[in-house]
Write a protein that binds this ligand. Sequence first.
Ligand code: TXA
Ligand code: MG
Length: 352
Amino acid sequence: MKTIQWSVDNYVDNLSGNPQLKEAAELLRQNEVVAFPTETVYGLGANAKSDIAVAKIYEAKGRPSDNPLIVHIAEINQLEELVTNISEQAQLLIQQFWPGPLTIIFNCRPGIFSEKVTAGMDTVGIRMPDHPLALELIRLTKLPIAAPSANRSGKPSPTTARHVLDDLNGRIAGVVDGGYTGVGVESTVIDCTGDIPMILRPGGLSKEQMEMVIGEVLVDPALNSDTNDRPKSPGMKYTHYAPDAPVYLVDGTFAYIQELVSNKQKEGLKVGVIATEETKKDYRADVVIACGSRQDLKTVAHTLYDTLRAFNNQDVDIIFSETFPIEGIGLAIMNRLEKAAGHRWVRQNKVD
Ligand code: TXA
Ligand code: MG
């Protein structure tokens, strides 16, 4: 299959009637799969009502079929026909944060979606992305659009159209190129079907931001790597985001990380470091890539996946990574880094 790439220039000014988006929307209506940018990462879209279309997502990504998909909408009034029992907290979150990087889990209205979207669950995750290209594309299709991140399963989510093509060229009908995505990590997934809303996946919107609007918010205890509980979000149990070389998270000073690097180099290994703008010049390693600024964790989220992917074009045997505080978007950053590292830590006083 030849994958079409639509570069939609100057898109912020004038989107209505854009011929490239019309072509992309038409392919979605014909049950083909098309990748598009959102404010978090690129999504791989398909008609959420069609088994044939949704099956193509799983096939293109190589995604396990027990992992349900997020459904994307462009208008709030689409929601009523898709879900039931919208709680008061969910309504407040919608008012405050949609469009935006927040996926809300609702009870699913029966018979609306392909069963492949929900992977047999009676709930469904819905979000309204905050990106003009995504919103206009979904509007043109007049459909709810199922869209997981547009990467091959296990790879870091794509934050540019180039990343999408690196993984999926020839496997999908097209990609709408809107340049870099803004947030850089996926949406926060929050379950609003119980009494107290619970975060199932930390993401672009922080726990603190939501608590200011709805009060108490829980975090799925299974996300803590010390437990053996099964995460409530099926996708959280899979390994993800890993570069080809093993990654180790380091809890220690700059000097300690440098010592680890030097020791591995003495063993003859090529060593990479995930650093920050503040520290990158000081490391003596084979490859040093800065992942944003420690002073502004949003910049770290924005560049995280590009950094993880960039190591695959480099000759390294092992990667050491700095770590970040788990506040605000730092919770999502550390969740993704932990997955990329397969939960391997080196601590200044202890190795596990
Ligand atoms: O930012 C995002 O959310 C991106 C963009 C494209 O919108 N999408 C995305 O989708 O990250 P995906 O499929 O890569 O991740 C969806 C996550 C998975 O961990 C999945 O298990 C979880 O949401 N999920 C989906 N439906 C669920 C449900 N009904 N209950 C619990 N978890 C659910
Ligand atoms: Mg994903």
